[in-house]
Ligand binder design. Structure first.
Ligand SMILES: [Zn+2]
Length: 150
């Protein structure tokens, strides 16, 4: 496919997709082209802005997490760990520590008996499983909260 920038007699600019340059010429000659804005059949091609779509998607660079100077030169694994620990810190600083009351509090929030908020705390495996069984969204943190936050 080829994309042509087209111009009608009234100066409206629009795009047209054609199988080839010949296809465009043929459609134009048979007055099959018309301006989508005003319907004018007087269409001409804007030669400078043509481009071809070769049908292959352009390779896109994968999205990179925001890097900071301290991450320069570090290997991707170390950077991932750094980002993860930041995410964890944020989670821990923005949530309320309810300690061993966690299972009870999580339940109250779930059943609208307590104001909705992010909480953290301790739960035994059994308590965790009970919460999950009740359909209460809880997440297990793979590492214990660090001492610096307390
Ligand atoms: Zn027009």
């Amino acid at each position: 496919m080829i994309v042509f920038d087209l111009l009608c007699g009234d100066g409206h600019r629009f795009e047209g997709w054609f199988g080839s340059a010949e296809d465009f010429a043929s459609q134009r000659d048979r007055s099959l082209l018309s301006c989508p804005t005003c319907g004018s059949g007087q269409i001409s091609r804007v030669p400078s802005a043509t481009r071809a779509n070769l049908g292959a998607p352009q390779p896109k660079a994968p999205a990179q997490p925001a890097k900071t100077p301290e991450m320069e030169g570090k290997d991707p694994f170390a950077i991932a760990q750094m980002l993860y620990s930041r995410m964890l810190d944020e989670l821990l600083t923005k949530s309320e520590d309810v300690g061993k009351e966690f299972p009870a509090e999580a339940r109250k929030i779930f059943y609208n008996e307590s104001p909705a908020r992010a909480i953290r705390g301790q739960a035994t495996s059994e308590e965790h499983d009970e919460l999950v069984d009740e359909g209460i969204p809880v997440a297990r943190l793979p590492v214990p909260p660090t001492g610096k936050l307390n």
